[in-house]
Design a protein around this ligand. Structure first.
Ligand SMILES: NC(=O)c1ccc[n+]([C@@H]2O[C@H](COP(=O)([O-])OP(=O)(O)OC[C@H]3O[C@@H](n4cnc5c(N)ncnc54)[C@H](OP(=O)(O)O)[C@@H]3O)[C@@H](O)[C@H]2O)c1
Length: 413
C-alpha cells in the first residue's frame, strides 16, 4: 500500500516537472497548450488539491437530469469532464453559474424537439445517442483550464464569463466547454458570483433592445422605452442598460420592488399590484419601444404612431408550438401568429418583433465595460451552494425574483 502511494506521489511530482518544462517551452515557442499539457495540468490540479486522489480521474460533479418532466435532479460525482473537441472551444473550471427560468423550463421538456433537432443537425460531439444525462445551466463565470488549437485570445488561467448554447451540455457542473464566440474576459471589478449573474439575461436583453429593437447608445437619449417586469433577471439588467445610455425608462413591478427598480435608474415605475398598468401607460406619451418580458401585450396602443416604434417580445410561442405540434406544424403556427401581430401593428406604422437570446462575445465585452465603468451592477437575489442546486431551481420556479439566482459551484458544503 505504502509502495503504491509512493509510486503515485512520484508520478505526480514527475508530471508537475514535465508540465513546468512543457509550459516553459510552450511560452518560449509562443505555442498553445496541447492536449498532453491540459491533462497534466488537470492531473497536477488534482494532486495539489490534496486528498486521497492523487491521479486525475477525468471525473467531476455535475447535476444531471435523466428524463424530462420529473423534477428529480441527480448530483453525479462521476460525470466525465468534457473534452475540448472543437478547435475553437475552451474548457472552463466553473466557479459560479446562474439559474434562469429556461433551466426550469428545459428540465420539464421545454424546447425539446427544436433543441434536439439543432443538437443532432450540428452533430454535437458531447452527446452519444441521446441527450441524457443532460446538464442544464446556460451561463457561468470561471477560469480557463485548456484551449482548443485555434484559440488565441484565451489561455489557461484566464478568468472568463459566458454562456453555453441550449443544444450543449450546461454549466451546472464543475467544468463546462464553451466556444470562444460565447465568452469573454470577466469584468475585473466583479467576483465570479456577480459575473455569473449576467451573461444569459444580458445577452437576451442586448438581442431584444439593441439587435432587434435597434437601440444604440447614440439614439437612446431621444427614446422613451418601456421595460416590463423591472424586478426580474431581464428587467434589472434592461432598466440599467437603457438608463446608462440615457433613455427615458418606464417599468413595472410589484409594490415591494419599487425602490429597487427606481434605484436601477427607471424614471417612472408602475406598481402593477395597486395601479392599472394599461391606464397608466395610456396617460403617458407613447413609447418608442415596448419590451414585453412576460408575454402580456397591452390591449390598447401605447406605442408612438408612424415613427417605427417597436413592440419587442422575448416571450414567444415558438418553442411551445414546436413542442406541441412538431417542427413543421409548430413553425407554421408560430409564423401565423407572428404574421397577424405584424399586420396589426403595421396599421399604426409600428413594428412587432420577436427576440431571442443570442450568444455574442462582442456584446458581452461591451457589457463588461459598462460594468467595469460602474454603469451597470449585478443584482443578485439569492446565492445557493452547489449541492443545493434543486433548491435554487425551486426558488426560480416560485417566481418573484429580485434580480438573479446564482449557484456558488466552489461552495460544496
Ligand atoms: N426569448 C428568449 O430567448 C428569452 C431569454 C431569457 C428569458 N426569456 C423569458 O423572459 C421571461 C423573464 O425572464 P427573467 O429571467 O426576467 O424572469 P424572472 O427573473 O423570474 O423575473 C420575472 C419578474 O417578473 C415579475 N412579475 C411577475 N408578474 C408581473 C407583472 N404582471 N408585471 C410586472 N412584473 C411582474 C416577478 O416578480 P413579482 O411576481 O414579485 O412581481 C419577477 O421579478 C421568462 O419567462 C423567460 O422565459 C426569454
Amino acid at each position: 500500500m505504502m509502495m503504491l502511494r509512493m509510486s503515485k506521489l512520484y508520478k505526480n511530482i514527475s508530471s508537475l516537472k514535465l508540465l513546468s518544462n512543457h509550459l516553459k517551452n510552450g511560452a518560449k515557442n509562443g505555442s498553445r497548450v496541447t492536449l498532453v499539457q491540459q491533462q497534466l495540468l488537470l492531473q497536477c490540479r488534482s494532486f495539489s488539491d490534496g486528498g486521497e486522489q492523487t491521479s486525475f480521474s477525468h471525473q467531476m460533479s455535475a447535476w444531471n437530469i435523466y428524463s424530462y418532466g420529473c423534477d428529480q435532479m441527480t448530483l453525479s460525482k462521476t460525470t466525465r469532464v468534457p473534452s475540448v473537441l472543437d478547435p475553437g472551444d475552451v474548457l472552463v473550471d466553473v466557479h459560479a453559474a446562474s439559474v434562469n427560468p429556461i433551466d426550469v423550463m428545459m428540465r420539464d421538456g421545454y424546447g425539446e424537439k427544436l433543441i434536439n433537432l439543432i443538437r443532432w443537425q450540428l452533430g454535437s460531439k458531447h452527446f452519444v445517442g441521446s441527450e441524457f444525462p443532460l446538464i442544464l445551466g446556460r451561463d457561468f463565470s470561471g477560469t480557463v483550464v485548456s484551449v482548443g488549437k485555434n484559440v488565441i485570445s484565451f489561455q489557461p488561467g484566464d478568468e472568463v464569463f459566458g454562456v453555453v448554447g441550449a443544444h450543449n451540455q450546461g454549466s451546472h457542473a464543475q467544468f463546462c466547454v464553451a466556444s470562444t464566440k460565447e465568452l469573454c474576459h470577466k469584468p475585473s471589478t466583479l467576483t465570479h458570483i456577480e459575473a455569473a449573474s449576467l451573461p444569459y439575461v444580458a445577452l437576451t436583453t442586448w438581442s431584444a433592445l439593441c439587435s432587434v429593437g435597434e437601440i444604440t447608445q447614440q439614439k437612446a437619449p431621444n427614446l422613451r422605452v418601456f421595460i416590463q417586469a423591472g424586478s426580474g433577471g431581464i428587467g434589472t439588467f434592461a432598466v440599467q442598460l437603457m438608463s446608462a445610455w440615457g433613455a427615458h425608462v418606464t417599468s413595472t413591478c410589484s409594490t415591494d420592488a419599487i425602490d429597487l427598480v427606481r434605484s436601477l435608474g427607471a424614471n417612472v415605475v408602475i406598481d402593477y399590484k395597486t395601479q392599472n398598468e394599461e391606464d397608466e401607460l395610456m396617460q403617458m406619451d407613447g413609447f418608442h419601444l415596448y419590451l414585453d418580458v412576460l408575454g402580456k401585450k397591452p390591449s390598447r396602443n401605447v406605442l408612438k404612431n408612424w415613427c417605427n416604434a417597436k413592440y419587442v417580445t422575448i416571450k414567444t410561442p415558438f418553442l411551445e408550438d414546436t413542442d406541441t405540434h412538431g417542427i413543421p406544424a409548430g413553425f407554421l403556427r408560430s409564423a401565423g401568429s407572428l404574421g397577424c401581430n405584424i399586420l396589426e401593428n403595421l396599421k399604426n406604422g409600428q413594428s412587432y418583433r420577436w427576440a431571442f437570446f443570442v450568444p455574442d462575445w462582442r456584446a458581452l465585452k461591451c457589457i463588461g465595460q459598462l460594468v467595469d465603468n460602474g454603469q451597470i451592477k449585478p443584482v443578485i437575489d439569492k446565492v445557493f451552494p452547489f449541492h443545493q442546486l434543486p433548491h435554487a431551481y425551486n426558488h426560480v420556479e416560485a417566481g418573484h425574483s429580485r434580480g438573479k439566482t446564482v449557484i456558488d459551484v466552489k461552495c460544496t458544503e
